[in-house]
Design a protein around this ligand. Sequence first.
Ligand code: PNS
Length: 169
Amino acid sequence: MGERANARIAVFPGSFDPLTNGHIDIIQRGAKLFDRIIVAVLTNASKTPLFTVDERLAIIRENFQQTPNVEADGFDGLVVDYARRKGATVLVRGLRGISDFEYELQMAMMNRHLDAAIETVFMMPAEQYTYVSSRLIKEVMTLGGSITGLVPPGVEKRLVDKKKGTSRP
Ligand code: PNS
């Protein structure tokens, strides 16, 4: 099936370690706005991740099986270079609140400096996810708190398995 020459392709870059319901909310909003949205997992991050890149990609794919215009892919290097290679003109980022803004503005401006043809679009998740972050999910899980309803069931299962010391792909 050929793609329209003017198809609007967006890249949603991030660590997704792990995918949360907040990310899912942003991806669903992006899937309505753009012809394709590529959820791009950074593969060469300096911090040690809890989930491997393959696990993170599998989680994204299993949550968007029914949404054909959502794809998952790994990337390294500059996100603007990756976006250009994919024919994307938009970078999507989620904004939960003022505390996200400064870092996000800096990244958006740096990315614009690197490639002015790529526009960053910020989207706000549903209110109930404004306090959800991958970092807090991992912390709460490690300390024995409930994360039900904040991450997709496949992520909760995998986190339980990791805590028990038994992993699934
Ligand atoms: O989920 P995160 O950790 O907030 O995502 C950060 C990410 C992956 C979007 C950012 O670190 C990134 O784009 N890294 C790729 C390298 C790059 O392009 N750096 C310059 C962008 S300002």
